[in-house]
Design a binder for this molecule. Structure first.
Ligand SMILES: [Zn+2]
Ligand SMILES: [Zn+2]
Length: 379
């Protein structure tokens, strides 16, 4: 492929501005980068935070999108995976610094600057450049959001983000594996590992919570409680394997008591995908003796909670944070694809494909709870 390449992307020009299809230019492909022609991208709540201009470290203009799926169009000269070929179907996941001790040990979600490098949306290393610029005035546009900025027709992504997909016909269903699905499923399969006789309570039945639920159902956990304020989502949760549902209808006080009663004294495991401080307090209060709660949803900046410290200690409770399901994407994403093909991770039931021109409708459907996971299609 000849550079510079002209293409277009959904750009957010300034905080609060609309996602606008905008001509961009990619000048070069660095030796450690892969050029991907995007076919699909999942739409995630974090992309709305880009549009609102509230993500720390992310300067605008920027191209959001971090659940990309597409076809390799060019490969940098020093890309380490020598099996990668032009024409391969790939899924894109998060990036890392590649320099710190956890990165050296392939504990990628433990990268000490994980949010910094993923939110900043510039190239790795010290030059802090972007891989694209606006065609109309040459200004740089942040174009490696989560290493990929997948709301672009073409994107130069760092090789660490790239996971080969042996099933090109299923790229639409698999696109969100790179963020939302692996975050929910990895929390259950990689970290919490509930046993069949345990109980697990999942707060928030969006994409991440639904993936956590599917993973718990796959493990045949005895009691799986889905919590949400949208009845439609709770009905879907029952279809996906929940044994009980709770709708606090916006009033979280008393939620812990209700769940303790439902679980016979408290839950072995809890997962919060909402990031709402009042929900996290209830989550810690409804744990059984020795139980573990996981926070995996983004809270508002500076949020604090109140904890009954004595109960926390004497009941030997645990509270952990988990990023991206603690997954090593090159290994975990293929495992999830195989689970899906065996019918044990039915993610096709929660996604809906929209032409990228219908982004506004996709966002509205996600907000109303009509659709759990919108996937945008490039035509
Ligand atoms: Zn996401
Ligand atoms: Zn690192």
């Amino acid at each position: 492929m000849e550079f510079p390449v002209r293409t277009e992307a959904l750009v957010v020009e300034s905080a609060g501005a609309a996602f606008e299809m905008t001509p961009i230019v990619i000048d070069e492909l660095r030796p450690d980068e892969v050029l991907v022609e995007m076919k699909y991208s999942g739409f995630c709540h974090t992309d709305i935070l880009v549009q609102q201009g509230v993500l720390p470290g992310l300067e605008l203009p920027a191209i959001p999108g971090h659940e990309g799926a597409g076809i390799v169009r060019a490969i940098g000269s020093q890309v380490k995976d020598k099996t990668l070929r032009v024409g391969d179907a790939v899924l894109l996941s998060f990036t890392v610094c590649g320099q710190c001790a956890p990165c050296g040990e392939q504990r990628l979600t433990k990268c000490v600057v994980h949010p910094v490098v993923n939110f900043r949306a510039t190239r790795l290393g010290t030059d802090n450049t972007t891989s694209a610029r606006l065609a109309r005035d040459g200004r740089p546009v942040r174009s490696q959001f989560f290493g990929q900025s997948s709301f672009a027709r073409l994107s130069a992504v760092h090789e660490v983000c790239v996971v080969k997909c042996p099933y090109p016909d299923d790229l639409a269903v698999y696109a969100p594996l790179g963020c939302g699905y692996q975050t929910g499923a990895g929390t259950v399969l990689n970290v919490l590992k509930p046993r069949t006789y345990d109980s697990i309570v999942i707060f928030g039945m969006g994409c991440v919570g639904s993936a956590a639920l599917m993973a718990a159902a796959h493990l045949q956990v005895r009691q799986i409680v889905a919590v949400d304020v949208v009845e439609r989502k709770l009905a879907l949760a029952m279809e996906l394997g929940a044994t009980d549902t709770v709708n606090p209808a916006g009033n979280t006080a008393g939620l812990a008591e209700q769940i303790r009663a439902l679980t016979g004294g408290g839950a072995s495991f809890c997962v919060d995908t909402t990031g709402v401080p009042a929900v996290i307090e209830q989550m810690l209060d409804c744990l059984a003796h020795g139980g573990t709660a996981a926070s995996i949803g983004a809270p508002p900046g500076g949020a604090r909670i109140q904890v009954d410290v004595a109960a926390f200690l004497y009941q030997n409770k645990n509270w952990v944070s988990i990023i991206e399901g603690d997954s090593f994407p090159p290994k975990f994403i293929p495992e999830l694809m195989e689970l899906h093909r065996q019918g044990r991770f039915p993610i096709d039931k929660i996604c809906k494909v929209y032409p990228i021109e219908d982004l506004d409708r996709a966002i509205a459907d996600m907000k109303s709870g009509e659709v759990i996971k919108p996937v945008l299609q490039f035509s």
